[in-house]
Design a protein around this ligand. Structure first.
Ligand SMILES: NC(=O)c1ccc[n+]([C@@H]2O[C@H](COP(=O)([O-])OP(=O)(O)OC[C@H]3O[C@@H](n4cnc5c(N)ncnc54)[C@H](OP(=O)(O)O)[C@@H]3O)[C@@H](O)[C@H]2O)c1
Length: 318
C-alpha cells in the first residue's frame, strides 16, 4: 500500500512516501481503507524523537492516529460493522508502527464511529483526536457546566477550535488566547473574550474580569510560567486539565483542592458517536479545515511546527 513513513527520528525531511505491506486486522479490529488523515502536533513530536520512554516502536513507523474511510475487512469476532461502512476514528496505540498516513490501517472497533451522512471524509478526519481530547478535558474531567468560567488556551488551534464551542454548548463563559488575526475566528466559534497574548497579559485581563478565579483552565501551552499561572488563575475547587505535562509542584493545588492532571486523550468510539451527533445536529460547528495531499506530509509537519495552524490540517489519501 501507499504510505508515508520514517525510518529514523529527525526533522520533517525523514518522512518518505513509498510502499509498505498492507496490514491485516487482528481480532476485534477492522481494516479501514483510509480516505483522509488529520495532522496533529503529536505526529511530528513523535517523529522528532520526543516521548521515547512512553511508546514502543516497530520501524519503520507510519505516523498519524486520526482517520476517516471505509471498512475494507472485518477481523475475527467483529460484529455490528459491515464492509463498506463510512467510519472515522482514532487509531491510537502505545506501539507505533501502523499509523494513518497510509491507504490502510487496522483499528479496534471500540475506537470507531459512523460518519454522519452530510460530512465528507475530510470533515470527518478532522474530528476524532481533538474532539475526544476537548470533551474528555472539559466535560468528563472538569465537569464544566452552565454559568461556569473557562480559559481555553490557543483558541485558534485544533483543540481550541472544538473546545470553544463545546464549552459554550456546556453553558460556560469562555475566555481564550489568540493573536488578533484570529480574533474573529474564535469569536465566531463562541469565545466571549478573546485576548491577544502577543499584546496583552492574559493573566491580568482575566484577574480583572474574574477576581475570584476561573472554574477551569484547559492548558495546552508548554512553558513553565503558563503552567503555573493556570493554577493561580483557577478558583478553589476548580479544574486544570494539562495537555502536555504533569501538574506543577505547587502546594496550593492540594490546599485549594484544585482538580488537576496530565490528561491523555482516550480513543472511545461511543463518545465519538455521541460527539458526531452534536456536530451532525449543528450544535457543534466543524473546525476550519485546510487540506494537503498525502505526498505533502513533510510540508504539513512543517506547517504544524510553525504553531500557526488555524483549525485542522487534513491529508487526503486518494
Ligand atoms: N494530551 C492530549 O491528549 C493532547 C491532545 C491534543 C493536543 N495536545 C497538545 O495540545 C497542544 C495544542 O494542540 P493543537 O492540536 O491545538 O495544536 P495546533 O493546532 O498546532 O495549535 C496551533 C495554534 O496555537 C496557537 N498558539 C501558538 N502559540 C500560542 C500561544 N503562546 N498562546 C496562545 N495560542 C498560541 C496559534 O494561534 P495564533 O496564531 O493565534 O497564535 C495556532 O492557531 C499541543 O501541544 C498538543 O501536543 C495534547
Amino acid at each position: 500500500m501507499k504510505a508515508v513513513y520514517y525510518q529514523e527520528f529527525g526533522d520533517a525531511d525523514v518522512l518518505t512516501l513509498g510502499e509498505r505491506p498492507r496490514p491485516s486486522p487482528g481480532a476485534g479490529e477492522v481494516l479501514v481503507r483510509i480516505a483522509a488523515a488529520a495532522v496533529n502536533p503529536i505526529d511530528r513530536r513523535l517523529r522528532a524523537g520526543e516521548l521515547q520512554d512512553f511508546f514502543e516502536r516497530t520501524w519503520p513507523i507510519i505516523p498519524g492516529w486520526d482517520f476517516s474511510g471505509t471498512i475494507e475487512q472485518l477481523g475475527d469476532g467483529v460484529e455490528g460493522w459491515t464492509v463498506g461502512e463510512r467510519v472515522m476514528g482514532l487509531a491510537f496505540t502505545w506501539h507505533l508502527h501502523h499509523g494513518t498516513y497510509a491507504e490502510y490501517v487496522p483499528v479496534s472497533t471500540t475506537a470507531i464511529a459512523r460518519i454522519p451522512n452530510r460530512f465528507s471524509f475530510v470533515e470527518a478526519a478532522a474530528l476524532p483526536l481533538v474532539s475526544l481530547t476537548a470533551w474528555q478535558a472539559l466535560s468528563e474531567f472538569s465537569g464544566l457546566t452552565k454559568d461556569q468560567t473557562v480559559l481555553i488556551q490557543a483558541g485558534a488551534g485544533g483543540v481550541g477550535s472544538v473546545a470553544i464551542p463545546m464549552a459554550r454548548y456546556l453553558g460556560a463563559k469562555v475566555y481564550t488566547t489568540t493573536r488578533s488575526k484570529n480574533r474573529d475566528y474564535v469569536s465566531e466559534r463562541g469565545a466571549h473574550v478573546a485576548i491577544d497574548y502577543s499584546q496583552d497579559d492574559y493573566v491580568s485581563v482575566i484577574r480583572e474580569a474574574e477576581p475570584d478565579g476561573l472554574d477551569c483552565v484547559l492548558e495546552t501551552l508548554l512553558d513553565d510560567t503558563a503552567i503555573a499561572n493556570a493554577i493561580r488563575l483557577t478558583k478553589d475547587g476548580g479544574s486544570v486539565p494539562y495537555m502536555n505535562n504533569e501538574p506543577p509542584d505547587m502546594p496550593e493545588i492540594a490546599a485549594r483542592n484544585i482538580n488537576t492532571a496530565f490528561l491523555h486523550h482516550r480513543a472511545d468510539g461511543e463518545m465519538l458517536t455521541y460527539l458526531a451527533g452534536l456536530y451532525d445536529s449543528g450544535e457543534l460547528p466543524l473546525p476550519e479545515i485546510a487540506t494537503m495531499p498525502l505526498a505533502k506530509a513533510a510540508a504539513a509537519h512543517r506547517q504544524s511546527e510553525s504553531a500557526t495552524t488555524r483549525g485542522k490540517l487534513v491529508l487526503t489519501i486518494d
